[in-house]
Ligand binder design. Sequence first.
Ligand code: KG4
Ligand code: ZN
Length: 387
Amino acid sequence: MKILAIETSCDETAVAVVEGPDTGDGRTITLLGNALYSQIAVHAPYGGVYPNLAKREHQSNLVPLAVEALTQAKLLEKSTGVGPISEGALGDVRDPSFRASIQEFLEAHLRPDVDYIAVTHGPGLEPALWTGINFATALSKAWDIPLMGIDHMEGHIVSALLLPQGGNKYQIADPKLPLLSLLISGGHTEFVRMDEWFLYERIGETKDDAVGEAFDKVARLLGLEYPGGPKIAEFAARSREKGETDIVFPRPMAHDNTCDVSFSGLKTAVLYKLKKMEEISETDKEHIAAAFENAARDVLVMKSARALEESKAESFAVAGGVSANAEIGRGLQEMIKEKFPDIEALFPDATLTGDNAVMIGGAAYLRLRAGKKPHDELSASGSQRLA
Ligand code: KG4
Ligand code: ZN
C-alpha cells in the first residue's frame, strides 16, 4: 500500500510517500519520498505565522514538493499524452496561479502508482489547511485515488510510534493500551488517553497558552527571534553550562488535583522579572531562559506523573514541536524511570518532532490497516479536536 501524504496545517509545507504491507502482521513502513519546506524564515520578521502568507507559500510550494517526493519514490513519469485535465478536478482550486501550476503538473505526468492520498484536515490555520485539502482533492479526482483526511494531532501521536530502523525504514511501535499522549506544540498542550485505537479521551489541557506559545512569547520578551522554542533551549543550555541559575519562576497549577496546565502566569512572571531589571545582559537572558525552561519542564513532569497515575496508562507518548526540547525530554524520562519503570515511553525521532508529512502518512496507514474508510469529501476544520 502506497500513500501520498500532504501536510499544510501551519508553516511547514510537506509531502511524503510511505509504503507498508496491506495485510498481515508487518509493522514496518518505508519512506519512499519526503520533501519539506519550512516557512520559518518567511514568518520570522513578523514574529509569528501569518495565515494568508502561509497559504500563499503553501500554494507556491506544494507542486514542487510533490514532484520532489514522487521523484524520490521513483513514481513520477513524464507524459505528453495525458490531455487536458477536467475542470471538475480543479473545481475547488480558485487561486489562478495555484490552479495553473496544478494543471501543468497533472498534464505533464502520468498517474503515479499510489493507492491513497492522505491530507491534514485540522486542526490548524484554516487558509493553510484548505490549500493542502484543495491540492489533495484535485490530485485525488484527476487520478481517481481515494482521499483520506487525517487529524494533525493524531499525526503527532503517530510520529512518536515511528521507530527508525536505519535507511528509510520505520517500525511502527505497538504500545500497550491505554496509551497516554502528552501533546505539546505551538497551538496545543493536552493529555489524551487512547483506550482503543483511534478513540480518544482528553484528560487534561492548558487553560490558557500552549507551552510552545509560551516559549515563543518569552523568547519575544527576551528579544530572541521566532520561533522561540529552539532559541530558549539554546540560551538555557548556555546558562546551565555556567552553573544553575538562582532565578526561580512559579510552577502554575502544578499542585492542584487536575491534569490541566497553565502557562500564561509563567510568561507574566518573566515579564515582571524583566521589568524590574535595569539592564539585561546576554548572560541574564540565558539565566531567565533556563529558569523559564525549568518551570515549564517541572509543570509538564508533575502533570504527566499525575496523568499517568490517573489514566492507568500502560504506555506514554510525547509529541508535537516542543517534544524536541531536550530538557523537557530529560525531565520526563527521569520521572518515568523513577516512578513508572514498567511504562513504555515513546518520543519522536529528532527528524519528526516538528510538523511533517511522514506522520500524516503513518497515521493514514494505521487507519487504513485498521479498516477505516477513505473520505468522499474533505473540509478544513481549524479547531477540530481529537476528543
Ligand atoms: O508541532 P509544531 O511544529 O507546530 C504546531 O503544530 O504548533 O510546534 C511548534 C512549536 C513552536 O511553538 C516552537 O517554538 C516549539 O514547537 N518548539 C520548541 C522547540 N522546538 C520547537 N519548544 C521548545 N524547545 C524546542 N527545542
Ligand atoms: Zn504540529
